[in-house]
Design a protein around this ligand. Structure first.
Ligand code: BTN
Length: 249
């Protein structure tokens, strides 16, 4: 798949740009939209993504899918697997917090925001996979984030090249995407399970549909869903929701 890079010094949000310009983009290319800084970076669940200048990786991978594409609900998890693989190649002890938070030692180092949307004039859908990784953010910046967070430079003790990281991430994603489009999530399930931070039997608290629940992590199902046992013994399979960092009793 041919790759087209579009780089901005400053932008509101690379995901927003991708959605606004998708109709004019070549359907056969993988577009990688990047910025040095975002003034209105978007996170999951309507949250903001702190995006200061020239420190971190902010990128949106824009491509086009058939409306019947299988496993479309696992696209964020595909990106999570690719990001984990990329960071493992650079010797980071990266783990995934279900469904697609990038974690080092239970601290958030990156996140993924996926937006699937219809195009104006044809059957195809646009897929904007936004990824933010805290690369060289110093501790003072990390302290401004509401949850425990870290950056690659803080973990490694030296500066990391955002551009080199982006190059490897893009190569890995460009290799994985055609496999996903053809075979769905199945080839990525085991690598995804291997990268997950939670262990079978671990007690976790999570938010689902605005409810706070306590339970035990069981496994990641073959469809990528989170399988849990609630305190009352009821079994649940979640396709969305948020595991909290600390269990609340
Ligand atoms: C999360 O909340 O965990 C997801 C964060 C996703 C942030 C990235 S940064 C590049 C892209 N552009 C955005 O506005 N958001 C995503």
């Amino acid at each position: 798949m041919q790759i087209r890079r579009i780089d901005f010094t400053t932008i509101d949000s690379t995901n927003k740009w991708a959605k606004e310009h998708a109709d004019a983009c070549d359907r056969k290319q993988l577009h990688v939209i990047t910025a040095q800084e975002q003034t209105a970076g978007r996170g999951r669940e309507g949250r903001a993504w702190f995006s200061p200048a020239e420190q971190n990786l902010y990128a949106t991978f824009l491509f086009f899918i058939d409306p019947m594409q299988r496993d479309v609900g696992n696209i964020s998890q595909l990106m999570a697997v690719v990001a984990a693989e990329t960071l493992h190649m650079q010797h980071f002890a990266l783990q995934l917090k279900w469904p697609n938070d990038l974690w080092i030692d239970k601290k958030k180092v990156g996140g993924i925001l996926t937006e699937i949307f219809p195009l104006k004039e044809e059957g195809k859908m646009g897929a904007a996979l936004g990824i933010g990784i805290n690369v060289n953010m110093p501790k003072e910046g990390l302290n401004q984030i509401a949850i425990p967070a870290t950056s690659l430079s803080v973990e490694k003790g030296c500066a990391i090249s955002v551009e080199d990281l982006l190059t490897t991430l893009t190569q890995n994603f460009a290799q994985a995407l055609p496999i996903f489009l053809e075979q769905g999530f199945a080839p990525f399930l085991q690598p995804y399970r291997n990268a997950i931070a939670h262990r079978a039997g671990e007690k976790i608290s999570f938010h689902s549909h605005k409810q706070l629940l306590n339970g035990k992590f069981l496994e990641i199902g073959i469809d990528g869903r989170l399988h849990l046992e609630l305190e009352n013994g009821k079994l649940m399979a979640l396709s969305s929701g948020e595991i909290l960092n600390e269990r609340t009793e």
